[in-house]
Design a protein. Structure first.
Lengths: 412, 412
């Protein structure tokens, strides 16, 4: 993509109406734009990052046997009354039809999925099933001041697994745990599996926490085992690590994902049962596996950035290469255009700063702000050696590389 | 995908709580499931169709220079008061935060995009821009009884183009017209460009109408020119064709897309102006280009189906091949598994009915209901000739083809 085609402009300074680092950076760099507190538009670069995160998550869910669907956001009041959450769920947005009927705006989808599955599950032969969606969710947050970390409208992957018994559910829980570890590895994000409270559903859940001072959670972290326990379920003092019995450190962290057994709670509410092998009716046992895809975009901005701007991991960067032509001589312009065309022809993902009206300094500063992993510059000087000047966003080292060699890396 | 992995079951009979053909068929075949009036879940096969439709639309929007973003569904009341539509827009769902503030649930996005663009457009050099999204929209429809044709929650592509003058906007209007023609060609859907009222925005708009008795619109259609005029803007009698002056025929049709100039209406409301080349401030001139992606899924079900079930065009079919193994002999089972694996390895999109508990007749009936374009059967009989039996959904002809020849078509 050419920067000249990108309507979304960067700003010289962070926005004044944001408190959080992720929102300041992402807005200044033109990835997102605030509509109102906790409600953001994903601009072209931001949408590309979000799509990449969601495709990584989708790939791992598919590998784990997940089947993708898309559930609605308008949930009938009746469904939420069945679970008692029409009243009990604090952050529920509600709306009314002019023609009768009320809806909740879906913040989670048990109320929809359990009622949907009554048609499809009747025998042990119908189990297990693993169903997920990647979708927009709504929560009436009291203080939506943390940018993408705590928004009123946000994107999320939620998978629900349904089983004939608890053993099978526990087995799949381990499968999902591995999927989550794999997702964070692909995202290039260090996540700490953290034992936490299961809320109303179960004794325990497993959170994937990312260490950050911006976090709302306090966890006791064992670096050696990469494990932690959430402060909410321990006493006052730092506990020993549950694995190595070594000391833990108290740190702030942001929850990026959360998996926990729903057990038979909603199956009981919706009377979702099945005929077992012996012919006896049983309630379906379930697990729930959430992952905040837009929140993870915010987390990456929080923990992977410096005073100059964002630093995207390669796998989720909006583009993998930021190409800059410096100088307005016909020779440089022609070389820049040719290099861009050659990259695109090879399937490279390049953002090309082809704008004539900016100085080299402005272009470099903007490249740092946008945080694309690799910067390639063509100028009179580099062309003397048929080369591009390469610099990784995450390093100060600058090196020349012959254009031909550089392009060969993009050969399919 | 294996049918044994697909949790969503088909029904022997159409659902009783639906009136429209598209909902009856799509629900019976397990593509969608009703949550409440006008609110549907897209089940795995339905989501695949929806994604294919949206990707075709996305491809054409990108070709036309469109830049994709994702705007929120929670729109602050203040934005809708600026245009006067907080009161004037009939079908607006509204919700309140418990912490102050009201929102509209976005049925269209002028109120968001114009306010967003004030930051990005200030000079003629910032124009033109073409911005689109593919996203979930909400409308409080009075009678949501037409399945996906008139839903309360639905999917839509909306592109907005912004120009320095009307001539440039009119030129892009022609570009979009061609994009829409191309989209319908790719979808395999005959759409009739139809002159209609521009509503509050402009004298005229262009609708893309699909002939169907289920349609709510009446149009005067010239078959020779593939053009029509909507009854709403002509008098009582059939007018002549605007192109060839020949006779037109009164038919029922469903609107699948609609493009019209917004002119300066919202630029005026939001004071979205720019400095022209001569330094004078001017209002931005805009166009709006809508396309109902989930509605088009409903239209296809309405117009491409027979008494046995759905008939998907190849480009939007959930899979392009429906593979069936008939008989439970180890030889047939092995051949079916091998053929499925070979197809997948070649990048083929196959749905494999590997279920042991169904009869051949049940499997064939279900294949007709699902409407995948090509059915391939392996049985003792076909294997005697190392062949598969092929039948197109849209034809009664059955032919044998040697497996090797059949597979070669899927070679990448």
């Amino acid at each position: 993509m050419r920067l000249s085609e990108l309507f979304a402009k960067t700003e010289r300074r962070p926005p004044k109406n944001e408190e959080s680092k992720n929102a300041k950076l992402l807005e200044q760099a033109g990835f997102i734009q605030k509509l109102s507190a906790g409600v953001y538009t994903f601009l072209p670069l931001g949408l590309r990052v979000l799509n990449k995160i969601e495709n990584i998550v989708r790939g791992e869910m598919n590998k784990a046997g997940g089947v993708e669907i898309l559930m609605p956001s308008l949930h009938p009041k009746e469904n939420w009354e069945i679970t008692g959450r029409w009243q009990a769920f604090d952050a529920l947005f509600k709306t009314k039809s002019n023609f009768g009927g009320e809806y909740a705006l879906g913040p989670t989808h048990e109320e929809v999925l359990y009622s949907l599955l009554k048609k499809h599950i009747s025998s042990y032969r119908d189990l297990p099933v693993y169903i997920y969606q990647i979708q927009t969710k709504f929560r009436d947050e009291k203080r939506p001041k943390a940018g993408l970390l705590r928004a009123r409208e946000f994107r999320m992957k939620d998978l629900y697994s349904f089983h004939a018994n608890d053993e099978d559910r526990d087995k799949y829980y381990e499968v999902m745990k591995k999927s989550y570890v794999e997702i964070f590895k692909k995202l290039g994000l260090a996540a700490i599996p953290t034992t936490a409270s299961g809320g109303t559903f179960s004794e325990l859940s497993l959170e994937f926490q990312v260490a950050s001072d911006a976090g709302e959670d306090t966890i006791y972290f064992c670096k050696k085992c990469n494990l932690a326990i959430n402060k909410e379920i321990v006493g006052l003092n730092s506990p020993k690590c549950s694995n190595c019995a070594g000391p833990t450190k108290e740190i702030k962290a942001i929850e990026a994902g959360n998996i926990f057994p729903l057990k038979e709670k909603y199956a009981n509410d919706f009377n979702l049962n099945f005929k077992g092998e012996a012919g006896k009716e049983k309630l379906v046992s379930a697990g729930c596996y959430g992952f905040g895809t837009s929140r993870v975009m915010g987390i990456i901005a929080e923990v992977m950035s410096d005073e100059k701007g964002l630093i995207w991991p390669n796998e989720v960067a909006p583009f993998t290469l930021h190409l800059i032509a410096v100088g307005e001589s016909p020779k440089v312009k022609k070389a820049g255009e040719k290099l861009y065309a050659d990259l695109i022809a090879r399937g490279g993902e390049a953002l090309y700063d082809d704008r004539a009206e900016r100085t080299a300094g402005e272009k470099f500063a903007e490249a740092d702000l946008l945080g694309i992993p690799l910067r390639a510059v063509v100028s009179e000087k580099t062309l003397e050696k048929d080369s591009v000047e390469l610099k990784e966003r995450n390093s100060e080292t600058i090196r020349l590389e012959v254009i031909k060699t550089f392009l060969e890396k993009y050969d399919k």
